[in-house]
Design a protein around this ligand. Structure first.
Ligand SMILES: [Zn+2]
Length: 120
């Protein structure tokens, strides 16, 4: 059984859009496959409108423990080198390349710190 959120991820559409267009809160793989193989008009339209636009979902991975989640990208997110969960210690992440300085940006996704390495 898949949730509506799973379906939104797989269809690469925002959760609100899935809700608005009546994707049920639970559906089977077969039901999702049917939507993918014969997409309704609104889905075709949404995909056409988004050609070349940035992704609806971003995949976030912790470089230390491998925790992963999918989240809606935010405009303020920096261009990070690594992500790690906010409770890891800075030394647990890989060292920045020589000549690069690291800044940390908190609050990415539900629990990530973005490590941004820039040439100093
Ligand atoms: Zn982690």
């Amino acid at each position: 059984m898949l949730t509506r959120r799973d379906a939104a991820l797989r269809l690469d559409i925002p959760l609100e859009m899935a809700t608005r267009h009546g994707i049920p809160s639970r559906l089977t793989e077969d039901e999702l496959a049917a939507i993918e193989s014969d997409p309704p008009q609104w889905l075709v339209q949404s995909r056409a409108n988004r050609t070349g636009a940035k992704k609806v979902w971003a995949h976030l991975d912790c470089v230390v423990c491998g925790f992963a989640e999918d989240a809606r990208p935010k405009k303020w997110w920096p261009d990070w080198t690594y992500l790690m969960c906010d409770y890891h210690s800075p030394f647990q992440a890989p060292e920045p390349t020589a000549g690069f300085a690291r800044t940390e940006v908190e609050g990415v996704g539900s629990r990530f710190i973005a490590l941004v390495d820039e040439r100093s």
